[in-house]
Design a protein around this ligand. Structure first.
Ligand SMILES: [Zn+2]
Length: 555
């Protein structure tokens, strides 16, 4: 890098738009979407898609609700040409979907491209030529007049070929390449000329696509360019203004959103932002941004995992774990304070039965994309008391008392600090069961017992198995737990007290089981916990007490 970048780089052009209206506008409806995954996205792949992949992707785009799909660059290769034929000949295109194909403004290529569309019910033929000064002057050495003539020759030929194929409903798309650094008056001049020649009508509409093929400016400048273009265009009847943002500055999504505020009615892009260099604008993010503001995007991503699977298989590029709305980690909280806030948000939502989504750290409900809540909270050594407890509640139905949550979180911390890794759900559950005696053969097990009330007191006679050794205990107390504890104190010659116990049911009422949590304290007020699950609630209480005692004995 150089110390003074102004020696090498100049700021991109700025347009003057003091009457700009877009900053005061809001996005209140979705634009028309055009997926160019199979064309712009595909041509950026090291290994372009074969027919199997293209067809899988096409079908998935249809399923997501795309009505305009750029499917190929038919003159670029036989694979591309034959794919368009396959879609038409084998009837893969639903009646309400427009396929789009792109061509350079050369007569032979236009003829071949039109030929690929033979028999289509409806089609968008997309033609482009270079209009920006750097291309006119450096690459092609064309004057402005020659550049306009090139566009008109192409559009004239397309129009003639469309006239010869009246069975297809045609739409022309014209792109001045690259709009964002073409002089605005020249972009207007060439688009006006194209419009005048094409004569857009209801049955033969026109799309003027204004691409940001290389993104060079802040999104506000692009919004000004779009607004100025539309304000100065003579007649927009049967003309749709489309944008095609790329993402060189990392602001493709913002450029698209501000472009729509500036007046654009249609957006071309790719799922997950695939495309040349830094990619095309990400249509999934644009759609979900609208959705999260209560605006229907007219696209559906109910099964985001399926969408990711299709894109990763076809593009052979992984979706980043932090990709907005889709990445593996985007609905996940590891940190204790975030987990706690999310847990409270969910509890509040449940309690009040709210329909409006308002959960901390989660801009949308992961369920809407077919994700499970288990993925929301994950546990590592950054996690607090809520994380593991929440996972146990969500997956096993246990509502741990607060003090037990704290005790268990210390065990989880010790485990994750030792491993240095995230803990899986299965590992958390196993650690919980082993820590509190929820196992088939606890160290101190209730074998059988009898109890009865004498006067105001409960008496218990119980046979226990302590690590293979049979022990008999007898005790009395105000309740059955204290009777058992008194018997144990005597049998083991230890000093302990019951600090707390609670219980609730698990599962549906007819086959529900009881779960009991018992906290005992030593003479030094150290706590020990036991948990037990049993169809018989009294057995659950007694075994939970024994599990807590077992922890005390093991200390
Ligand atoms: Zn592009």
């Amino acid at each position: 890098m150089i110390s003074d970048p102004s020696q090498k780089y100049q700021p991109a052009c700025i347009v003057s738009n003091p009457e700009r209206a877009w900053p005061g506008k809001r996005l209140t409806s979705a634009p028309r979407w055009c997926s160019t995954d199979l064309r712009d996205g595909n041509q950026a792949l090291a290994n372009p898609m074969d027919h199997e992949r293209k067809l899988m992707y096409f079908n998935h785009l249809v399923q997501c609700g795309f009505k305009e799909i750029e499917v190929a660059f038919p003159s670029a290769s036989e694979t591309e040409f034959e794919f368009v034929r396959k879609l038409i000949d084998q009837d893969y295109i639903p009646d309400d979907v427009w396929v789009q194909v792109i061509t350079q403004a050369r007569p032979d290529l236009i003829r071949m491209t039109m030929e690929s569309l033979r028999g289509a019910k409806q089609a968008i033929i997309h033609v482009y030529n270079a209009t920006a000064p750097i291309f006119r002057e450096v690459v092609f050495q064309n004057s402005k007049e020659q550049t306009v003539q090139l566009a008109l020759d192409a559009v004239g030929l397309i129009k003639q070929l469309c006239d010869e194929r009246p069975d297809t409903t045609w739409c022309l798309e014209y792109s001045p390449e690259t709009f964002c650094f073409t002089e605005l008056d020249f972009a207007l001049e060439i688009c006006e000329a194209v419009k005048d020649l094409w004569e857009p009508s209801e049955s033969r509409p026109l799309i003027l696509n204004l691409p940001t093929t290389v993104e060079v400016n802040t999104p506000n400048v692009f919004a000004d360019q779009i607004e100025l273009f539309m304000r100065n265009f003579s007649d927009l009847t049967h003309v749709t203004i489309s944008i095609h943002p790329h993402n060189d500055r990392g602001t493709g999504v913002a450029t698209a959103e501000l472009g729509v505020l500036g007046g654009a009615q249609r957006v071309e892009g790719c799922l997950f932002g695939n495309g040349e260099r830094t990619g095309n604008v990400d249509l999934l993010t644009l759609a979900m941004n609208l959705y999260s503001q209560g605006v229907s995007p007219n696209l559906r991503f109910d099964d985001i995992k399926k969408t990711i699977e299709v894109a990763e298989y076809c593009n052979r590029i992984p979706v980043h774990p932090r990709h907005p709305y889709a990445g593996e980690l985007v609905f996940t909280a590891f940190s204790g304070s975030h987990q706690d806030a999310i847990k409270k948000g969910f509890a509040n939502r449940l309690e009040k039965g709210e329909t409006i989504w308002n959960v901390p750290y989660l801009p949308i409900d992961p369920c809407d994309l077919g994700c499970a809540y288990e993925e929301v909270i994950r546990v590592n050594n950054q996690s607090g008391k809520s994380g593991a407890a929440w996972l146990i509640e969500q997956n096993h139905g246990l509502k741990l008392p607060r003090s037990l949550q704290v005790d268990f979180s210390e065990k989880v911390k010790a485990f994750t600090n030792h491993s240095g890794c995230e803990m899986s759900l299965a590992e958390i559950w196993q650690l919980f069961r082993e820590s509190y005696g929820v196992v088939s053969q606890p160290d101190l097990q209730l074998v059988e017992y009898e109890s009865k009330s004498v006067a105001e007191e409960q008496c218990i006679f119980a046979k226990l198995n302590h690590k293979g050794r049979e022990i008999v205990v007898q005790g009395k107390g105000a309740g059955i737990i204290s009777a058992l504890v008194n018997g144990i104190k005597h049998a083991f010659d230890i000093e302990i007290n019951i600090k707390d116990y609670s219980e609730h049911t698990l599962g549906l009422s007819t086959q529900s089981r009881a779960i009991t949590y018992v906290e005992i304290q030593s003479r030094t007020e150290q706590s020990f916990y036991g948990v037990s699950i049993d169809a018989d609630s009294l057995k659950a209480v007694l075994q939970a007490t024994l599990n807590a005692v077992s922890c005390f004995l093991e200390q």
